[in-house]
Structures are given as structure tokens and as C-alpha cells.
Design a protein around this ligand. Structure first.
Ligand SMILES: O=C(O)CCC(=O)C(=O)O
Length: 303
């Protein structure tokens, strides 16, 4: 996967294809991702997003950085658009795990390759994945976070808050009706909406870092977060309601990961919200991980 990503980055021409900037900071998300067709169009394609401090006002990569070192992530359709990432994403190994975890009609809406660059890789603020990948009538999102390097306290491993999977989804990141239905092209494309549910009190760190987070042992642990250090090749399974985050990489070591996000599909009576930021072009469906669908596909391609 690392070798394939190097090829993709080598072939990427940031002049021809102006990269998007990416940050999980709430204000920035509303301003930048919230106003970018490059982000919205990345659903089933391979698009490149640079660190927010790696570009100038026009989104051009600063001269001091190589294109490879400027990248925050590549997404969100590697699992459909690239043969190497597709082979893993739609493999029996992944499908069997997902089935074992209780999914009956799993589909794969999203994938991301996150770089967390040495020294410049920024933090990912606390969030629930079901805020970004929303299904009805119940949340069904699950993340499969594959470490491509050892992930440690030094290079920005994951942190998660045990027990938070029992909490409700607090908010959703959705297409703004003012822009998409009202036609107001000056409005922000994407907005956060708090879910009106008394069982879901606001989590104080949602979308922002706590004071003093640079010293994780004092801040994060007191709030109940646990570090998930792991080795290259380990897979962390993340329930869609679990609060999780990662700190900046202040070390000289890389911390690359490939991540899949899946949800239950229509066979289980689950609907992908039409308000989600991520929508495939009309007529194109998320790949299915259901064993019968995969078996049929293999038989069809077998001469
Ligand atoms: O890789 C990271 O640093 C965090 C990724 C994450 O939070 C996610 O995929 O939901």
C-alpha cells in the first residue's frame, strides 16, 4: 500500500489539479471543506488534500515543501478507484471480519490514506465517525483503521474514550439545504447540525482540542481517553459512536494508515442519508461486502 501510494503521489500534478486543504478543526472545516467542490467530488475518486499550513492563500503548495511532504490525506474513493487498495478493501479477509462483527449487508462508502507526516502532521480532533457517515433509522458506521507504520505516543497514535460507543450520535455533518436546495451559492456547502436528543449532551472536546493537549498524559487521560499504540499491520476497529482523536506528529517518524469506513446497507433496512456530504454519482452504488454479493462477483469474473 505504501509503494502504491508513492506511485499515486508521484503521478499527481498539484498544478493541474489544485489540492484541497484538510483539517479537522471545526471552524476550518466549515470554511474550507464547507466550500470546496474538490472535497465533495472526492467521494468515488482519488483526491489529494494537503495540510492546512502547507499551502498559500490560493491552495498552492509552499515552496519549502515537496508535494509528498505537504499531504494530509488522500481520499475518499481509493477502495473503488485504485486496484491495489480495492483488492484489500473488498477482500474476503475484510469481509469475514465484518461479518464476524455482526454486519449482514455491509457496504463501503469511504476510504482514506492518512499520512500524519513527520514533524508537520497535524492532530485529528475528537469526533464520532457516525457524525460524518450518517445512516437511518440508526447509526451503523464502523471504521477499520490499518496501521502502515508503528503508531506510538511520539508519532500521533489514536486515542479513544472507552464506553463512549454507548452514547448517542451528537451531531451530523451534512449538506446545507440553503446551498443545495435554496440555491444560495454564497452559503456554506456543509454544516454541522446538533441532533435534538436529550440523551446526547455536548461533549466538551468535540471538534476541538483540550487546553494543554500537548501533554497528553495530563489532559487526555484525565478525561478518560486511552492511547491505542499499535504496530504496523495492526487493525483497529472503531465503533461509529466512539470518541476518538489523534495528536500531532512531533517526531521524525512517519505514521501512515489506510482506513475504511463501512455501514449497513439496504438489505438490513438501513438508508444512507441523502444529506451526508459523501454521495456517489447517480446510479453508482457503494461496493458490497456481503458474502453472497462478493461470491456472485467472483463467479461473474471467472472465465
Ligand atoms: O488517523 C487518524 O489520525 C485519525 C483518523 C480518524 O479519526 C478517523 O478515521 O475517523
Amino acid at each position: 500500500m505504501k509503494a502504491r501510494m508513492e506511485e499515486l503521489v508521484d503521478a499527481w500534478d498539484p498544478q493541474a489539479e489544485k489540492p484541497g486543504k484538510f483539517s479537522t478543526d471545526v471552524k476550518y472545516q466549515m470554511q474550507m471543506q464547507g466550500a470546496s467542490d474538490y472535497f465533495l467530488d472526492s467521494a468515488d475518486r482519488i483526491h489529494f488534500f494537503i495540510e492546512k499550513d502547507a499551502g498559500d492563500e490560493d491552495g498552492k503548495i509552499k515552496n519549502s515543501l515537496s508535494k509528498a511532504r505537504s499531504l494530509n490525506k488522500v481520499g475518499h474513493g481509493l477502495h473503488v478507484a485504485d486496484p491495489v487498495f480495492r483488492e484489500y478493501s473488498q477482500s474476503s479477509k475484510v469481509a469475514d471480519l465484518v461479518e464476524e462483527l455482526g454486519y449482514r449487508d455491509p457496504v463501503l462508502p469511504q476510504s482514506m490514506y492518512i499520512f500524519k507526516q513527520p514533524v508537520t502532521g497535524s492532530e485529528v480532533t475528537s469526533h464520532q465517525d457516525s457524525s460524518f457517515l450518517h445512516t437511518t433509522p440508526r447509526p451503523t458506521c464502523m471504521g477499520l483503521w490499518l496501521a502502515l507504520d508503528d503508531a506510538t505516543l511520539e508519532n500521533g497514535c489514536l486515542w479513544a474514550r472507552p464506553g463512549s460507543h454507548l452514547e448517542a450520535v451528537r451531531r451530523v455533518f451534512v449538506r446545507n439545504p440553503e446551498y443545495f436546495e435554496g440555491g444560495n451559492r454564497k452559503a456554506t456547502q456543509l454544516v454541522f447540525e446538533n441532533l435534538d436528543d436529550s440523551k446526547a449532551p455536548a461533549w466538551e472536546w468535540e471538534g476541538k482540542m483540550p487546553d494543554g493537549f500537548e501533554a497528553p498524559s495530563s489532559g487526555l487521560r484525565e478525561k478518560g481517553f486511552k492511547a491505542l499504540e499499535c504496530e504496523a499491520g495492526d487493525l483497529v476497529v472503531i465503533h461509529g459512536q466512539v470518541d476518538h482523536l489523534s495528536l500531532a506528529n512531533t517526531s521524525a517518524k512517519p505514521r501512515e494508515t489506510f482506513q475504511l469506513h463501512l455501514v449497513e446497507g439496504p438489505g438490513e433496512g438501513i438508508t444512507w442519508s441523502p444529506r451526508n456530504w459523501l454521495q456517489y454519482p447517480t446510479g453508482k452504488t457503494f461496493p458490497s461486502l456481503r458474502p453472497s454479493a462478493r461470491k456472485r462477483k467472483a463467479e461473474d469474473s471467472d472465465p
